[in-house]
Design a protein around this ligand. Structure first.
Ligand SMILES: *Cc1c(COP(=O)(O)O)cnc(C)c1O
Length: 422
């Protein structure tokens, strides 16, 4: 696509955008009475206008029915999580029986590790990306210690090569190969939260399986952002949160994927009554009978208010569809890349270096060379919400559901002005 750095071009793209009506479905924070330029949907997605109605429905049913709401609410609470299996399976590329909404991301990782990190004397190592999201690092460290192994030796981190910002795919494959006799698990963030790099999950899965290891992905930055095909890729397990690209509200419900080939095996798992056979759940008898699906990993009856927030968001995803979203996302982020290059070509003193590779979703991470936090503060003062990471990285994620080409153009104007004020 041939881009232009002017407002009429941006507006024309918005006019032609098949997803343009979705922007109005979201509530934007305001700056001086106008919508902010919100580029932090990778951190907390915006609130759909419909969310309060979905929550109100549950509050009404709770008031009207009390405990009977488990069966008589408009969306009975007993089975509320089942509503998601179809829509969410489309978002992550799974069969409906392979996904379940439960708990939150970090807790789900621990529960999934109970089943999928089964170290033995021969195989005990975990391979992951260096500088994984801190919570994931703590999961790995504590799991390895829990099983009596040693994080420093038994967690293998793959880093970018000297002077590079991204991890080379060939280095992941060769490290798997090198450790193939001791490897128990490969566990990587499908999209790196910092650089925005998307990993080739299919060939990582193949390589790990050939080495005899299990494979799991943290999809916090992938779910709702890029196309996923977890079932066909043969991934063993995955987990994600729903408050980033999936717009389901701060700390909302988590999601998990467990490949169907594991549903009826005797993998160990920590069990709870929401994973137990539905027909005998309320007999309250001894003896856990797992549901033969991802639901077997569920423990508790579900937090209905979070679920209602998630339903409001997922209904919007159903309407938009991941294909249309990723098509727009490529154009929109491509436009942001173009605008940043334009700014660089007009500036000799400062350089905004894009460190995100071409394998990416909607996020671009830049190093603002020669610029400090005051630069980021100027952006905030002019109504841009982007994410600053010390020492000088800015992460921007134009979300195709609600961001526009005009947002990107205006962002460029504000950056240009902020650089002039330096
Ligand atoms: C956002 C994020 C988390 C957050 O974990 P919670 O349990 O939801 O607080 C964990 N891991 C990654 C990779 C993330 O991006």
């Amino acid at each position: 696509m041939k881009y232009q750095n002017n407002l009429s071009f941006a507006r024309l793209q918005d006019k032609k955008d098949p997803l343009k009506k979705f922007r109005a479905k979201f509530l934007f924070p305001k700056h001086k009475g106008k919508d902010v330029i919100y580029f932090t949907g990778n951190s907390l997605g915006l609130q759909p206008r419909s969310t309060s109605k979905y929550i109100q429905q549950e509050l009404n049913d709770w008031a009207k029915y009390g405990v009977e709401g488990h069966f008589h609410a408009k969306h009975p609470w007993f089975s509320y999580h089942e509503i998601f299996s179809k829509s969410v399976s489309k978002i992550v590329g799974a069969k409906p029986s392979e996904v379940v909404m439960m708990n939150q991301l970090t807790s789900n990782l621990h529960f999934l590790f109970v089943s999928f990190y089964r170290p033995t004397k021969e195989r005990y190592k975990i391979l992951c990306e260096a500088k994984a999201f801190p919570s994931d690092q703590y999961v790995l460290e504590s799991q390895v210690k829990f099983h009596g192994y040693h994080p420093d030796d038994d967690i293998i981190e793959i880093s970018p090569r000297e002077g590079e910002h991204n991890i080379r795919h060939e280095d992941i494959l060769s490290t798997i190969e090198k450790n193939k006799n001791e490897l128990a698990l490969v566990f990587i963030g499908g999209v790196n939260y910092y650089s925005g790099q998307v990993f080739d999950m299919k060939s990582i899965t193949d390589a790990a399986h050939n080495a005899g290891a299990m494979v799991g992905f943290d999809l916090a930055h992938a779910a709702g952002n890029i196309k996923l095909n977890l079932h066909d890729w043969n991934v063993d397990f995955a987990a994600w949160c729903t408050y980033k690209y999936l717009n389901s509200g701060p700390g909302s419900i988590g999601g998990a994927f467990i490949h169907e080939r594991h549903h009826t095996t005797d993998l160990p798992r920590f069990a709870g009554w929401w994973g137990h056979d539905k027909s005998s759940r309320f007999k309250m008898e001894k003896g856990f009978k797992p549901i033969p699906s991802a639901e077997a990993w569920a423990l508790s009856n579900v937090p209905i208010i979070s679920m209602a927030c998630h339903k409001a968001a997922v209904d919007i995803f159903d309407e938009a569809g991941m294909n249309a979203l990723t098509t727009k996302s490529e154009k929109l982020t491509g436009y942001l890349e173009f605008i940043i290059q334009e700014i660089n070509s007009q500036n000799k003193n400062y350089k905004l270096e894009i460190i995100t590779p071409n394998e990416r979703g909607c996020q671009l991470s830049i190093i603002a060379h020669g610029l400090g936090k005051s630069f980021h503060e100027k952006l905030i003062q002019h109504g841009v919400i982007a994410d600053w990471r010390e020492p000088n990285v800015i992460r921007m994620a134009p979300a195709p559901l609600y961001n526009s080409f005009e947002d990107v153009y205006r962002f460029g104007e504000i950056v240009t002005m902020a650089l002039r004020m330096k």
